[in-house]
Each structure stands twice: as C-alpha cells, then as structure tokens.
Design a protein. Sequence first.
Length: 319
Amino acid sequence: MNANMLIGYQKIISIILLILTGFLLGKRGVITEQTQNRITDLLMKVIIPFSVFSSFFSPFTTDKLHTSLQLLLTALIFYPVNQLLLGRFVFAGCRKEEDKRRLFVFSNTYSNTVFMGYPFAQALFGKEGLFYASMFNLPYNLYLWSMGYCYLTKQPMNKQGVKNTLTNPVILACFAGYLWWMARGALPAGNTIWLQPVQEVFEMVGACSTPLSMLVIGSLVAGTGLGGIIKDVAAWYFSAVKLILVPGILLLVLLVLGISGGGLVIPVVIAAMPVCATGGILAAKYHVKKEYAASLVAFTTLLSVFTIPVWLACLMKFL
C-alpha cells in the first residue's frame, strides 16, 4: 500500500468517525432539528460557497484546464443520458405507478452533490478534489431546474427555476472562482501577493465544510424515521441502482474511454452520493408522493454511510 492510499484510507476513517460523532450528538439531542436547519443554511449560503471559491486559488496549469473541461463535458452528457436511460429501461416496470417512476428517475439522476459530494471530495483529495467537483457540478443545477424539474413536476420551466439556478450561491461561487482562476493564470505571481489575507479568510471558512457537513449527516441519520420503507422492495431496488449500479456503470464507461485521475474519480464520487433533498422539496410542493420522497432521502442517506466508504476505498486505487 503506497503512502497516498494510506492517507486516503485514514481520511475515510476520519469521515466515518465524524458521521458517528454527529449520530451520537443527534441521539443525545445536542444537534436538534432546528440546529440542523441553521447549520445547513450556513453551509449552503456561506461555508460551501467559500470552500468552492477557495479551491480556485490553486495555480493555473494546462493539465488542470484539460481535466476541468473533460469533467464539464462528462457532466453535460451524464445527466441527460442518465435521466433518459433510467426512465426508459431501469424503472420502466413502474409505469403503473407514474408518480413513483418519475420520483425514482429524478432522485436517481440528481445526487446530493453539494452537501455531501463536495465535502467528501475535499476531505479525500483536498483543494484539487473540490476544484474538480465544482467543475463537474456546473451543469447539475442547470439540468435539475430545467429538464429535471419539468420531468418530476410535469410543470413547464418557469422564472423561479431560472432564478434558483442563476442565484444559487454555490453556482455563483463556481463561475466566479473559475473566471478568477483563468484570469489569475495570466497575471505575474507577485501581483497576487496582496490577496493573501483574503485567500486565507476563504480557506479558513471553507475548511469548516467537511466537519460540519458530516456532523449534520450523522445527526440526520440518528433522527431518521424510515417506517415502512424498509419493507418496500422497490425502495431497496431504487437504492441499489442509485448507490451501486449507476456509479459502477459510470466508472466502467470512463475507464473504457481512457479517463484517469480526477477526471475518473470525481464523477464516480458524485454519482455515488445519496438522493438530494431538492427532490423531496419539489415532491412536497407538487404532491408527488411527498412522504415517500422524504423517506427515500433518509433511506439512501443511511445506506450511503456504508456504501460511500467502500466506493472511496475502491477509487483510491485509480489515483
């Protein structure tokens, strides 16, 4: 086992321990539902955007530019193709329950990329991992609030969807960070020294992303009320597709295409994340099996505590 793999496994153990700590704090009532909501708001509106922007402080290189564009192209293809194939083939047997089929397709296509994907990428691969995760995530919100939104809700694309996408703090941080990264490559190194204190502020705030996210995830699992979904065969099938099949197929496709390094690992890490909460929110608003949608978020998050470490351990071999 080389040094990089050993460090990677140590980080996986650290993540598991953080989640376990959050679980215990949740069980003891230290992290309540109100606390979860406040920390989540802080993460989504401030800490994760700061963390994303700080990842673009790394030096400009042509290799990173090539990999970032490769990731962007992969994401542009992955999301629509995944949604199409899931609807046509994987969940075709649910046509008698149209609402459930739409919920399954949407929830399987759009993972919890920001709240879980970013912290995992950062914890394992540092700033470079977060940089690449940010690039892969750029098309995510564009697709989620257009074809994903219309598919799940049967509503036409509206102004609110456009506004949600264009004003999302994480997306704004991605665009601003990438523009800064490109512009910085054209500047002499000495011209950016005066920005060092600003950079340190972004880095210090962004460093809170992983520990806070993992604590909240652990507390969410502690408060999960799964009810009858554990006995639902369709939910287990959905979870197997979401957490195992889709990332597995994506890994094989990227290997066949000869993609390696960050361009291989980051998309698979993102695809292996559980269901995003946005699906539950939209399902509640438009009455698409809202209780079932909320249970899917909780159920896949609980299962991912076991599947994500396995995926991360496997992916370390490709770095």
